[in-house]
Design a protein around this ligand. Structure first.
Ligand SMILES: [Zn+2]
Length: 302
């Protein structure tokens, strides 16, 4: 999807344009960015995504905090057809290292709707942090493995284990590029990387580990249990835990996205004439909004 600003195209999470905008560093938003020399993005996003491009701004656009992961930003633009706000992935609620997304009124709102189904209603992150901490305390004598994506969720989990449980988790080498950039930008993360002396020390007794969701399954915790001769349990930390059973002992519905109700409230704040739903199924949201207001609505996929 593209915006036209002063006759130039700005690609929304699309590299092939006069000037691309990159909302954040998750892989599904990086289309064609590698070849761009200049990108409207935050410095954090450029570093997390390992891009060589220079982060730039544009006089007819504003970047607004998106509350999703480190460096995530929305784009507000005065386009040739009126003002537009594009959210990218966004979370309206505050997280342990993020502030909730900042809304700004616009004629047209292009909004992410990953969890745009009324079945998704997430508790506040603080409630989930407390639940995770309770579960960790109840299983003090076991090895615990949390399934979390390497960028965003892993850092949220490290920080929560540090601050709520006083625990230094064992993390995979593959999350280290991201962990180090978080620290560089002021998010302190105490962790032990697999294969280091610190990790070996931590793993002498019951420990807590974070691994990608594809690994952190019951079969993996069973192997750890055998290898260390301790009980072992696994959990997943994801918004999808509210819908799917994921071959784990516990699911915690911690998401760095907005849920159905959050999306509706955000639309009210932006007060647009037109809404375009992207990154998900916007049909439930469209039905709900069209019942309530008589404005123009459309759906699209980036
Ligand atoms: Zn994302």
């Amino acid at each position: 999807m593209f915006l036209s600003v002063n006759g130039k195209s700005i690609g929304l999470d699309r590299g092939k344009s006069d000037l691309p905008f990159l909302s954040h560093a998750h892989g599904d938003h990086l289309n064609g960015m590698k070849r761009s020399e200049e990108i409207i993005a935050t410095r954090e996003t450029i570093e997390l995504a390992r891009l060589k491009a220079s982060p730039v701004t544009h006089p007819r656009t504003k970047m607004l905090n998106a509350g999703h992961i480190l460096g995530s930003t929305q784009l507000w633009a005065e386009t040739d057809g009126g003002s537009v706000l594009y959210t990218g992935d966004f979370r309206t609620k505050d997280g342990i290292y993020t502030k909730g997304a900042t809304p700004l009124e616009a004629d047209r709102l292009i909004i992410e709707c990953t969890y745009g189904d009324p079945a998704f209603s997430f508790p506040s992150p603080e409630e989930v942090y407390s639940d995770v901490s309770r579960w960790v305390n109840q299983n003090k004598n076991s090895i615990l493995v949390f399934g979390a994506y390497n960028l965003g969720k892993t850092q949220e989990l490290i920080k929560l284990l540090n601050e709520y449980c006083g625990i230094i988790p064992v993390v995979q080498e593959e999350s280290e590029h991201f962990n180090q950039i978080y620290e560089k930008h002021g998010v302190k993360l105490e962790r032990a990387v697999v294969g280091t002396e610190t990790a070996e020390e931590v793993m002498r007794g019951p420990f807590v580990a974070i691994a990608p969701p594809r690994i952190a399954k019951r079969s993996f915790s069973a192997k750890l249990s055998q290898a260390f001769n301790l009980p072992a349990r696994c959990a997943v930390v994801s918004g999808w835990a509210q819908r799917y059973r994921m071959n784990v002992d516990r699911g915690f519905p911690l998401s760095d996205h907005s849920d159905f109700q959050d999306i509706l409230s955000y639309i009210d704040l932006v007060n647009p004439k037109e809404v375009v739903f992207v990154h998900g199924d916007g049909s439930h949201l469209m039905r709900t909004i069209n019942k309530k207001r008589g404005t123009i609505f459309a759906s699209a996929n980036l």
